[in-house]
Design a protein around this ligand. Structure first.
Ligand code: HEC
Length: 201
């Protein structure tokens, strides 16, 4: 795109924006007789901002919130066979090479009082959110460098989601799942922004 084209593009965008504002003003005055409140015609830039957020999200593949929507406890139990050599799951179960995992989802990291954690694990702040678990189970040694869980990781997002769904069930009060509402809102705004673009040009 040369500078001439760029100017045309800028003009086109400006005209389009003025057009949209003008149309809104016009239709408001025709169809809406009520007295105007302050900020009756806010220029909504949220769709534009969200569109770029959505681009990033799409490039990274489905979010863990999306993956969890279709996750399955039964499948998670079979994925967990890879973990069972080192972890027990029942309430009050013994530690093996790794700590017992009852009630681990949502709990602060490295707080099973009976297990001897690595310093790296003890230094990890916060709790086992689905997001942190997702990163840890993808590649333990990258997510928490220096931790002593000798496990390559689960490459498939669906395996991680299924096993997290199973881990979540190991509790008397399972942690709430992340909702899709937030994800959908961003996707809708992005779609609207894309659909509106050709009309405005
Ligand atoms: C070879 C043994 C081994 C395997 C296999 C293994 N883990 Fe671990 N896991 C550990 C060890 C050891 C730790 C403690 C790490 C530390 O203290 O640095 C740990 C820690 C954890 C923690 C943190 C627990 C806490 O109390 O904060 C979770 C969650 C976890 N493992 C889940 C899994 C899952 C899920 C799998 C299977 C996909 C798995 N692990 C496979 C050995 C293993």
């Amino acid at each position: 795109m040369n500078s001439h084209d760029l100017n045309k593009f800028a003009m086109g965008t400006l005209i389009a924006i003025l057009g949209v504002i003008g149309f809104n003003l016009l239709s408001e005055s025709i169809f809406h007789q009520a007295p105007l409140e302050a900020n009756a015609y806010p220029i909504d830039t949220s769709a534009v901002a969200s569109a770029s957020v959505a681009d990033v999200a799409v490039e990274e593949g489905p979010s863990i919130a999306e993956l969890l929507q279709t996750a399955d406890i039964e499948k998670g139990m079979s994925v967990f066979r890879k973990c069972a050599a080192c972890h027990t799951t029942e309430n009050g179960g013994a530690n093996k090479i790794g700590p017992n995992l009852w009630n681990v989802v949502g709990r602060d990291v490295a707080t099973n009082g009976t297990f001897n954690y690595s310093d790296a694990m003890l230094a990890q702040e916060g709790g086992w959110s689905f997001d942190l678990l997702n990163r840890y189970l993808t590649k333990p040694k990258d997510a928490i460098p220096g931790n002593k869980m000798v496990f390559a990781g689960l490459k498939k997002g669906s395996d991680r989601a299924n096993v997290m769904m199973y881990l979540r069930s190991l509790s008397d009060a399972p942690m709430e799942l992340p909702t899709m509402a937030a994800v959908e809102e961003v996707m809708e705004e992005a779609t609207e922004a894309v659909e509106a673009a050709p009309e405005a040009m």
